[in-house]
Design a binder for this molecule. Structure first.
Ligand SMILES: Cc1cc2nc3c(=O)[nH]c(=O)nc-3n(C[C@H](O)[C@H](O)[C@H](O)COP(=O)(O)OP(=O)(O)OC[C@H]3O[C@@H](n4cnc5c(N)ncnc54)[C@H](O)[C@@H]3O)c2cc1C
Length: 430
């Protein structure tokens, strides 16, 4: 590739980048998406497929409410099977305190037009045939749904391509091209792509990528193991979240899940680098987590934090982030499911994998421009729930890229909130 011109370059072929490329191409923009590995190779194919409104930070609710309308029509829009089902989502409360948190959150959901409601333990059990676990009640949202993660980003990419977008895979973006204090495109390993607008949708790599340009995005990575069981005889139930386990049943009766709060967190240099911004989250969520200091810390130390665009970058060194799943975590998951549904008996694993989640200090993403670098839009830090939001975020990014006002208020998601000390900290109800 030599030097070429586009209206917009998207960095990252996860659901967010692919949805943005689709919407931009649909709006008539000459669009190029650049992915270092394969489409949907990282978080976007490794998640559990929950499409949930419930329990979210109140700032996200209008986006998710609008996103559900997109999900309902998405298979027709993209001309692809996405495994979409609107079977509801139930979150079990492990304590009265959790139930009180759900109750305090409910008025925000109602105000956003979301059909969430509280259930007492008997009502919750009635929705979960075979459930023998303990619960103090539940939050239930009938309009929540699920989809098959490995189908969605590729479907967006293919639909974008049909609308004229160019999709480059196996091609890393090394750096932004900057001229006169604004973005002029990107430098890839195959050459320069010129464009007045660049979207950074680089998932768990965004902080490293932006840091090379002196832009501070506080982000830490949490690795989570996930499991798909062989088909079970569990009847249809809503996608289920509890403090111990989160899982859903797919159309073949297989269970796809991960542990809840009981995950293993490997300390890395960024844990300390962003300690100031993350302190409230560490206090809130480290109670259940198993904190480890070991090889991942030392390996991360070896990763360069600054490089020049004329040499191979860290993005070429790791085409697809493919963490080894923690077997003990996977077994804890199976035990947790069996404790809730003992009639399932022995569960066997069909496949297991892990993904690195891009967390922000307040557990909501950055979506929007970067004031210090005109032309750059960032959409990253979806903090373990960005699969569900992908379609609406793509639409909003295309609106911003087109130079207009976004159709939903994005001020809470601005890049600068951490530096300004304006972040409100974690406000989700989960
Ligand atoms: C185990 C697990 C369970 C989850 N469960 C859920 C769930 O049930 N529901 C939900 O809503 N969310 C869930 N999530 C979170 C969800 O998967 C993510 O929030 C979402 O996929 C983020 O999408 P993305 O496009 O921002 O990032 P990603 O899918 O990570 O994509 C980023 C892409 O950018 C590419 N890239 C990075 N740097 C460069 C570069 N320099 N040049 C070129 N390409 C680059 C990467 O290769 C990658 O493909 C879960 C995540 C995990 C790991």
């Amino acid at each position: 590739m030599d030097t070429r011109q586009a209206d917009i370059v998207v960095i990252g072929g996860g659901i967010v980048g692919c949805a943005a490329a689709y919407e931009a191409a649909r709006a008539g923009m000459k669009t190029v998406l650049v992915e270092k590995g394969r489409i949907g190779g990282e978080q976007s194919s490794r998640n559990l497929g929950f499409v949930r409104q419930q329990g979210r930070d109140p700032f996200e609710l209008p986006l998710m409410r609008a996103c559900m309308d997109l999900w309902k029509g998405l298979e027709a829009e993209l001309g692809a099977d996405l495994g979409w089902r609107q079977g509801g989502n139930i979150a079990l409360a492990g304590t009265d305190e959790a139930m009180a948190r759900f109750a305090a959150w409910l008025p925000d959901a109602t105000a956003a037009g979301i059909d969430s409601r509280l259930l007492n333990p008997a009502e919750a059990a009635a929705l979960l045939p075979g459930f023998e676990g303990r619960t103090h009640g539940a939050l239930y949202t009938p309009s929540d749904g699920q989809a098959e993660p490995d189908l969605v980003a590729p479907a967006f990419a293919e639909a974008a391509r049909k609308r004229g977008a160019e999709i480059l895979t196996g091609c890393a973006v090394r750096a932004l091209a900057i001229e006169g204090g604004r973005v002029a495109g990107v430098v890839t390993e195959r050459g320069i792509l010129r464009a007045p607008i660049v979207i950074c949708a680089a998932g768990a790599w965004s902080s490293l990528f932006l840091g090379n340009h002196g832009l501070r995005l506080p982000q830490i990575g949490i690795e989570l193991a996930a499991v798909r069981t062989r088909p079970t005889n569990l009847s249809e139930i809503p996608a289920l979240y509890s403090p111990a386990v989160a899982f859903r049943r797919d159309s073949a009766g297989r269970l796809i899940g991960a542990v809840g709060t009981d995950y293993t967190y490997h300390l890395r240099p960024e844990t300390l680098r962003f300690a100031r911004e993350f302190a409230p989250l560490y206090r809130k969520s480290w109670r259940g987590a198993r904190i480890r200091l070991g090889r991942p810390f030392l390996e991360s130390l070896k990763q360069p934090r600054r490089w020049s665009a004329d040499r191979p970058s860290p993005f070429e060194a790791e085409r697809v982030l493919d963490p080894t799943p923690d077997r003990a975590e996977s077994l804890r998951l199976l035990d947790g499911i069996r404790a809730q549904f003992p009639q399932l008996g022995a569960l066997s694993i069909e496949s297991s994998w892990a993904g690195r989640i891009d967390m922000t200090p307040d557990l909501i993403p950055v979506i929007g421009p970067v004031a210090a670098l005109p032309g750059l839009l960032v959409a990253s830090g979806f903090s373990s729930h960005g699969f569900a939001m992908g379609p609406i975020v793509g639409k909003l990014l295309a609106e911003l890229a087109g130079g207009g006002e976004p159709s939903l208020d994005l001020s809470a998601f601005r890049f600068e909130r951490f530096a300004e000390g304006a972040s409100l900290g974690p406000r989700n109800a989960m």
